[in-house]
Write a protein that binds this ligand. Sequence first.
Ligand code: SF4
Length: 247
Amino acid sequence: MHDERLARLAEWAAGRPRGPHTLELGLTMACNADCAFCWRQHPDTKLVGGTLTAARWRGILDEAREMDVRYVRVIGEGEPLLPDAPEVLRHVKRLGLRAFLCSNGTLFTRELVQDLVGFGWDWVSLSVEGPDAATHDALVRKSGAFERIVWAAKRFAHVKRALGSDRPGLNFGMALTTRNWRRVPEVLTLAAETGVHAVNLEPITVNSPESTSLKLSAEQARIFVEEVVPRVLEEGRRLGVRSNAGS
Ligand code: SF4
């Protein structure tokens, strides 16, 4: 992957511009959650409703393939699992592209999990903001969200076993806040219990009074680095769950 990107940059430098290697698709800005730290909380954010048709998204993907795009990241402007999303995701793999999906994890169905495993989707990131429903649901301000995510992770593991597939790889994405920063080792345990391979820690977007109150203080950040990170790394080794805690 990196070699391919470097080769393209070298061609640009030599005056032979190439198409992009990676395409990021934000299928919609709408979301069924209301995370206290979401970028959408900024008072100046103007949310545009709706989305393009599945046919238009397929056309964009066809154009990307013609430009030699190799990697498609379906990411969260909002929550991408719209009703038409399965058709769009299927088209990504029909074109032979490497594929990543970031979701808040609440809208997977048995059919969608079966489809994604069946057509070889490469990687799925599920947002998990704590090791239990009380912590997670309060941060994303959606009752029942944690239960749905755990169901989705376990369902992926089950279908992958049934179909003898190691794809998609799974990770939990966790935004560090004042309400969950000490709980990361427990999220690694949850990952191990649900067949998830990695936990990626992310900073929050600080752009509103509420998100400001969720930002770690300098003292909390110091304790996190000195005390929590070593425990996370130790747990990761013990459980076989990767994380970016040490980087
Ligand atoms: S799931 Fe993502 S897009 Fe939705 S509210 Fe939370 S951070 Fe924002």
